[in-house]
Design a binder for this molecule. Structure first.
Ligand code: GLU
Length: 285
């Protein structure tokens, strides 16, 4: 059931959690444990979680002796290929404590707009969740570079949330809540609740200002929240350190209330079982 307020995240059936590179790489790599512990608790309660995680490039930097983030796209992609492997290993090592298996899912936003790819991705994710496996999604940087260029796995997370019919989307950031202005400026107010259909002009203004002082990410979070809420999925934006409180439904962060009357989901055709798909492939369907 769609979470109509943040407290309902606790009892949700299915939640997408998205975390960005800076929260889980370099000196912050220890936070993988914090995130995994919160996910394991929710998993134990019966909530199905899908984790959308960036961080492949950032994780690779020390392994490739790059001395910093590479500037050219090909090296960034190569770094992502190396770092994705290490990142998954770190997640799995942490998940081992709870006997949870991770499944790597590399997607592009374009995949989710293509009917066949979308249906394939949905079937695979449904099966992973049915097997109680934690799907960990990142952009497939070998064939798509949207996130590398725009730093925007938030959008992919919103699309994944729609794909699997999530009840809520939790976007983790480095700030505990969105603010009307940069938090350091006088008069900055936390934005606690955004009703569906609220005029987002003010928030866009806030986002641009926040970005210009380098707190970053607010603009893509607001636009991902617009995408998800339009589809009837409530969105919580808060800091990665508060992930356990977020999944427990605590009164934290910025809550974007979902559209109470979302349009019907786009027609993507029925999800075939693996057996049906194999049979169809044999027949060339
Ligand atoms: N998907 C890439 C990663 O996980 C891109 C992130 C970035 O540009 O920092 O590393």
């Amino acid at each position: 059931m769609t979470a109509i307020d943040r407290s309902a995240i606790h009892g949700s059936r299915r939640v997408v959690v998205k975390v960005g590179s800076s929260s889980i790489s370099g000196d912050a790599a220890h936070r993988i444990d914090t995130i995994v512990e919160a996910i394991a608790r929710a998993h134990e309660r019966g909530t199905e979680i899908v984790l959308v995680s960036s961080g492949a490039i950032a994780t690779a930097i020390p392994f490739l002796d790059l001395g910093g983030r590479p500037n050219d796209l090909a090296t960034q992609q190569a770094a992502a290929a190396v770092g994705q492997n290490v990142l998954m290993w770190r997640y799995q090592t942490s998940l081992d404590r709870f006997r949870i298996l991770a499944g790597q899912v590399l997607l592009t936003a374009g995949d989710l707009e293509n009917t066949t790819h979308r249906s394939n991705a949905r079937r695979a994710m449904e099966r992973l969740l049915g097997l109680r496996i934690l799907p960990i999604v990142n952009e497939n940087d070998t064939v798509a570079t949207h996130e590398i260029r725009f730093g925007d796995n938030d959008r992919l997370a919103a699309l994944v949330a729609q794909l699997i019919g999530a009840d809520a989307l939790v976007l983790l950031s480095d700030i505990d809540t969105l603010y009307t202005k940069p938090p350091s400026e006088p008069g900055a107010e936390p934005i606690r609740h955004v009703a569906y259909g609220d005029d987002l002009g003010g928030f866009e203004f806030g986002s641009v200002v926040v970005n210009s002082v380098g707190t970053g990410g607010a603009a893509t979070k607001v636009s991902a929240a617009r995408l998800a809420t339009a589809a009837g999925i409530g969105v919580l934006v808060t800091s990665a350190d508060l992930v356990d409180a977020a999944l427990s439904g605590d009164d934290i962060g910025t809550w974007f209330a979902p559209n109470p009357e979302p349009a019907a989901a786009p027609v993507t055709g029925p999800v075939r079982t693996v057996g049906e798909a194999v049979a169809a492939d044999r027949l060339g369907a």
